[in-house]
Design a protein. Sequence first.
Lengths: 245, 559
Amino acid sequence: MLSASSAERFWHLPVDAARHGPAMDAHLLLNLWIALGLIALAHLILFSGLIFRRRASQPVHILVLEYLPLSALTLLFAALGVRSEQLWAAQRYTGADPAAMQVEVTGAQFVWTFRYPGADAAFGETKPMLIAPAAGNSLGIDFTDPHAADDIVTSQLVLPAGREVDLTLRSLDVIHGFAVPEMRLKQNAVPGQTSHIHFTPETPGEYAILCTQVCGTGHYRMQAVMRVLPADEFDEWLRMRELRR
Amino acid sequence: MKIFSTHHRAVGFGYLAISAVAVGVGVLLSLAMRAHLAWPDWPLPLHGPILPEEYLALVTMHGTLMLFFVLTVAPQSGFGNLILPAQIGARRMAFPRINAASMWLTALALLVLLAAFFVPGGGPIGGWTAYPPLSESALAGPGQGAGMDCWLASIAIFGIASTMSAVNTLTTIVKLPCEGMTWQRLPLTVWGWFTAALLSVIAFSVLLAALLLLFCDRHLHSSFFLPSGDVINGVLLQHGGNGSPLLWLHLFWFFGHPEVYIAILPGMGLTSMVIANFARRRVFAYKLMIATTLLIGLLGILVWGHHMFVAGLNPFAGTVFSISSLAIALPASAKVLSWLATLWRSRPRMTTAMLFALGFVSLFITGGLSGPILAQPILDEYLHNTFFVVAHFHLIMAMAGVFGLFCATYYWFPLLFGRMLSERLGKVHFWGTLLGAYATFLPMHLTGLAGEPRHYARLNGLAGPGTTLLEATQPLQVHITVAAIFLALAQIPFLLNLLRAWRSSERAAPNPWVATTLEWAPESEELAVVYREPCVYSESGEEFLAQWKSEAAINSEAE
């Protein structure tokens, strides 16, 4: 097998900058190599079966040709399944650490908007009838709610490296798909409900946020930037945002 | 032949004509999409540049045409009507008038769908899955008004027609087999049509309910799929109630996943029979093949949630649907093993029909093995709605399905038209199509792994890391488009072949493939009787016992 990075290049995988990413990539690559190997093996059997001289069909027991290989495949898929459930459970079965940083992500045709709760660590209430993008309130934040006063609304998702983040996903209009390929992250933002996804960005850099659920004419341009900063630079950024407000 | 004939063959040819129109349009739409992805600034001749909403309409209409009007109609209704009665020794389908009516309804559904291109706003843009709230309101985008209404009406008509047709197929298989045609003696093609018809009755009834609810949401201001406080395009939608878009996803995929098995099961059955026929062997593990066909049908209605791993379900639901989805790989693998075992050291006769059956096996293996990857939620989180999925279902459903259709065409052409298709042109057609199919769809796995999402009208042109990420796939995009054009051109030998056969006066021999199943029995006034299971050959493969040959006839031939 190739080394991890050349394997990722072979399969065209992008950079992996999340803490949960390497384990997931290893499992993905394992799956891809197994699939490729089984495809090659099946075709080899197919071609040799076609090329070799005809032989009267031997009365081979069904056990050998069907149930033995099927048992092997059952074990294989069960093992891959168990490993993937471990990874899935680690990421999804429990919520984020209570100390995780809270950011709200809202999808609307064709913009991602991000909201930080500010010093009070609580988001102000939002109301659909207050949505007024022209007046600078695209999320419909109710400013009579005291929690709303220190909320910070941004068009970039700026995060500190190495700290767990708990994203609250919402949509104002249609279903959007919040996806960050380089963070190996995807979760739909569904109107009428909130979803959570938590992860830890590891490597500072700028990463693409895409929409992966067709949402209308501008679906392809519903992109945003996730900017991961070293912790001290992030603190500085946050302080500047709070000052500017 | 009368136009409004209720004869099952006339109905079958009607269905194939519908599919032929749909596949022609569907291919042209896909070529326009591919050209746009590879060369986004190239203006389409006679049209001009492709706008984002036009691109999405192309995607939506391509998917709807291909999945409903080609992959569902042609194998199940088209070849089902043409071959099924003869294969079970019936002279007709159970309900000829319902049969003809459902074919004409399907034709109407096609016209209504194609009309979407010409209504104000153009075709719908939400993909063939029509997720709400995007599909709820004309406010959501161009094409979501009259175009979406056309789509809804078309699929509703199609669903009614398919349900009628499935009831007809089921009744025919249960009530009309000739004397001696027991369940175990039914050819695997019949088992494929039977299971697909069962799935159709279950799946389309749920789809019809979902379509009705969506219609109510759109025009009667109900909110089955619409949450309260939804603001689309700056307008707060004033519907009563507080619904959930996820309900549509459940209902749609409860239909949608069985639907893809409806598309592929007849092809699986035919592949088994054609491989056995040209390998001059019994189908290995025949009863297991029947069981796996039914098992695929059963599991097929229990896996819908794997389309919703990241849709906002409880993560435990992801685990449950992951297990059922991985489980379906086992009956599918059992089928592949039977095909390999039947073929092993058989030195089969490589007719064009046989080549397409082998191509089906190859594509089924290659497309199928990415299935268990997508069935694991943690991997699907990365791959969901990327081109990896597009590659998966185009290989296993679209290409394998189409290879099944070509196999059926080459195999049954002498039966249906009394003429042979040219083997030489057929082989050119096969190799071109196989090469084109792999060259087009294999690289899509890589662009998907690189992160390319579905339904992106453009991959470049924006500033930022998104364009950097997606632009890296540009060389592969050009390769895929060129391969798709090659794949389309590779169908020219097939059209020439049809033309040549139409003009030729050469008659095909009766039973030219020395087949054992009943559709090839010499025509006689007497009612057919079946004496044995299909595919009974001598060890050398030279002698065979057809299903219709009585022991008395065999003995008298021996003397």
